[in-house]
Write a protein that binds this ligand. Structure first.
Ligand code: CA
Ligand code: CA
Length: 379
């Protein structure tokens, strides 16, 4: 053991007295953070699933959550799962992906259905809408059109689906009560698509944001002076755009301050839920604004080093960067705090501190931590 690690252990001994208070910090290494309705009674979508490893992407449906893993499989939980058959939204199996589903490149969940884009460009959907009766909630949104063609992106609205084909054209199907499936002839080619609620969005090669379907508040179209954008994140009655310069602009209904409180400064990514929005700062921190009736703006203290965000109707999600070995506190550096967290977990099966994955936290895991000391790369 080097002198620096010896000092770290000594420091940890001092810290161990407060280790109980650090138990929450141990969760900083769990890949996915979830807050908002998820933390309460909302159909189990709040479980961050600490057992998940190698999470590459996340998505939030209205009342469910999804994770894309590095092996190309997905996990979906919340409303419409076997463990939560009758939550805040009826059970349509929307959280039960098809058996054997793999080679997934993107997952997108809507109101009561989910869809995936596979690495071969094909699209699958399940949940509500397997029967196209044209009445709530069966609008055929889970019936992927035959002959759709090869796709590169997907987006699920509340009861409709969008797919961006390899050739840049946009396809839409499902509920069309507000014309959200009537892709404008004038759209031309798109480079990105998004959907939420009853509205559809596309971004053109010049960065122009186009919208069709239910107008957002009084705004049928994005602001004329929006300027070129790299991303758009629609809520149900508002939308946020991430401009090419990294600033955000919101428009639509401001009934929960989701437009007027859009923060200044630079962002890397944006996401919108029902009536709230999230922004990912370049330093990996997350900011939330808009509706906060169930804590959807209550970003966990100390949340940082995030690489992706997602928002459901009333919940918020963030995906942490893959932690370096032994950074149990998730702050990007090795310190006595990490040792304190591990020592507090000795004898338990805490998956965060079980660095050698043998099912129990022992001194061997401490050896792993010390061997990795000082190796954390920058975000
Ligand atoms: Ca640490
Ligand atoms: Ca172990």
């Amino acid at each position: 053991m080097s002198s620096s690690t010896s000092r770290a252990v000594a420091c940890a001994v001092a810290l161990i007295v407060s280790a109980a208070a650090t138990s929450d910090l141990a969760h900083a290494q769990v890949p996915i953070a979830i807050w908002g309705c998820a933390a309460g009674s909302c159909a189990g979508q709040g479980d961050p699933h600490p057992e998940l490893v190698d999470v590459h992407a996340i998505d939030a449906g209205a009342f469910q959550s999804a994770a894309l893993l590095g092996d190309g499989t997905i996990r979906v939980w919340g409303a419409g799962s076997e463990s939560s058959p009758n939550g805040v939204f009826p059970h349509f199996g929307q959280s039960i992906p098809p058996s054997g589903l793999n080679q997934v490149a993107q997952v997108s969940c809507g109101g009561a259905h989910c869809m995936v884009l596979k690495t071969d460009g094909t699209v699958l959907a399940w949940g509500a809408g397997t029967q196209n009766t044209g009445t709530l909630p069966e609008f055929g949104q889970s019936q992927v059109p035959a002959g759709l063609g090869t796709c590169v992106k997907i987006a699920a609205g509340h009861a409709h689906c969008l797919a961006l084909r390899t050739n840049g054209s946009v396809a839409a199907w499902g509920y069309n009560g507000f014309g959200q499936c009537d892709v404008p002839d004038s759209l031309g080619l798109a480079t990105a698509i998004e959907a939420n609620g009853y509205t559809s969005f596309a971004i053109t090669p010049t960065g122009s944001v186009r919208a069709w379907g239910l107008p957002l508040g009084d705004d049928a179209v994005p602001p004329a002076d929006l300027g070129p954008c790299q991303a758009v994140a629609p809520g149900i009655v508002h939308a946020v755009a991430l401009r090419m310069d990294g600033t955000v602009r919101a428009w639509g209904s401001n009934d929960h301050g989701q437009v007027s409180t859009a923060p200044p400064g630079l962002f890397q990514k944006i996401a919108s839920g029902g009536y709230h929005s999230l922004g990912l700062r370049p330093d990996g921190s997350v900011i939330a604004w808009g509706r906060d009736d169930v804590g959807q703006r209550a970003v966990p203290a100390g949340l940082g080093r995030c690489i992706a965000i997602a928002a459901g109707r009333k919940h918020s999600m963030a995906l942490r960067a893959t932690p370096c070995v032994g950074d149990l506190s998730g702050d990007g550096v090795h310190s006595g705090l990490d040792i304190a967290i591990l020592l507090a977990a000795i004898g338990s099966s805490d998956p965060v501190s079980d660095l050698d994955h043998d099912g129990i936290v022992t001194g061997l895991d401490l050896t792993f931590l010390l061997a990795a000391w000082g190796s954390c790369p920058p975000l």
